[in-house]
Design a protein around this ligand. Structure first.
Ligand code: AQP
Length: 355
């Protein structure tokens, strides 16, 4: 019987307030997948120290992301919610993957290039190795599916490369120990230990853009708060940010093609579609030909209707610190048991002496 079963894993860094991009690109998908899959959702605190080492409020940020998970509708009793640093097997597997992956692979990552900036020599080694830890987060559970935003696609391709190279480099030990599974590699089926994880990147809001610049991703670290809608914003703040969102003077087009050279308009249409569970085509069919003076208030009403209950629930849950900590402790124990089962086999495959 195969021990690789369909399993969803994903994580969010505790590096600031969650925004609409995180919500539509990740959290809402996390919630939907609970119906069809076993899921593990992680607050990836080890990742948060790669770009900036000292965070005065790391513990509070970790609780706040957990509260956002729970407020969005993740059920911590049926699924697993925990913070990464509680399960040291993530870091242990990441070290092995550091020795599997090549420096050239890491140097090509656009997130590393963006975050390291011009002075790459001065970036932390952790920032360079970030995708290796991300591969370990996923593969320590031998997870098969990972819901993420478009920006994480390249890291997931690297996760597949690391899994494939591990399976290849240790092929004979995997065979001898009898711990392999049939893994589909393109047309071929090979005997391997780690699955080739599938990214789940679908829908109209896989890359929500800044409200101030439709060519830049909506991001926690953008200095302008007007560039993003935070999950903690109240109704007035949400409405104000949408009213002030950058647009052009033209009305919305009647055909999708008309959005091609209009990134800000395309972004607002995508956000409306995702919040209303429609396609962008359906939004264009409804609002095509209308001015932004009509579309923006409709979008603001919809955003407030969908986000206000989440932000109220987040505030309520955040006040119950003991409950949030208990969820993370309990999730950490359950995740730790699963991760240790994988690592026992990995240690044997690599050949470390134990016992
Ligand atoms: N703009 C976005 N549109 C769609 N999805 C997004 N995600 C992030 N931004 C967008 C997805 O949210 C999940 C969690 O991301 P994260 O917080 O762990 O890391 P991040 O991508 O670094 O988030 P930010 O907000 O962009 O932070 P900074 O400013 O620190 O870089 C992931 O699934 C991500 O794809």
């Amino acid at each position: 019987m195969s021990s690789i079963k369909p399993l969803v894993f994903s994580g969010v860094q505790p590096t600031g307030n969650l925004h609409l991009g995180n919500y539509l690109g990740a959290l809402r998908k996390f919630v939907a997948l609970q119906e069809s899959h076993e899921c593990i959702y992680c607050v990836v605190d080890l990742h948060s120290i790669t770009a900036q080492l000292v965070h005065e409020d790391l513990a509070e940020q970790t609780r706040s992301i957990t509260a956002a998970f729970l407020a969005s509708g993740i059920d911590p009793a049926k699924h697993i919610v925990f913070n990464q640093s509680r399960v040291p097997q993530h870091a242990e597997l990441a070290w092995i993957f550091n020795c599997v992956a090549r420096i050239g692979w890491m140097n090509r990552m656009t997130q590393f290039k963006d975050k390291a900036g011009k002075d790459r020599e001065n970036a932390s080694l952790g920032l360079l190795a970030y995708p290796s830890l991300m591969a370990a987060d996923i593969l320590v559970y031998r997870a098969t599916h990972v819901p993420v935003g478009e920006d994480q696609k390249q890291h997931l391709e690297l996760t597949r490369d690391i899994a494939a190279k591990f399976n290849h480099d240790f092929a004979s030990r995997i065979e001898t120990l009898g711990v392999g599974e049939p893994i589909q590699m393109g047309e071929e089926t090979v005997n391997g230990f780690f699955p080739l994880t599938e990214p789940l990147i679908e829908g109209p809001a896989t890359r929500v853009m800044s409200l101030r610049d439709g060519t830049k991703k909506m991001s926690k670290s953008d200095p302008s708060d007007l560039s993003r809608i935070n999950l903690t914003d109240d109704g007035d703040a949400i409405a104000k940010k949408i009213r002030k969102a950058k647009t052009d003077p033209e009305p919305l087009p009647s055909e999708m093609d008309g959005l091609k050279a209009r990134p800000e308009a395309a972004n607002l249409v995508g956000i409306y579609a995702a919040l209303a569970d429609l396609t962008s085509e359906q939004v264009i069919a409804e609002f095509g030909g209308q001015q932004f003076s009509v579309f923006k208030p409709a979008l603001a009403d919809l955003a407030v209707e969908k986000l206000a209950p989440v932000s109220a629930e987040m505030r309520r849950i955040s006040e119950d610190r003991a409950y949030v900590d208990q969820v993370l402790r309990d999730g950490g124990e359950r995740a730790g048991a699963l991760a240790e089962a994988t690592m026992k086999q990995v240690r044997e495959i690599v050949g470390f002496l134990a016992g």
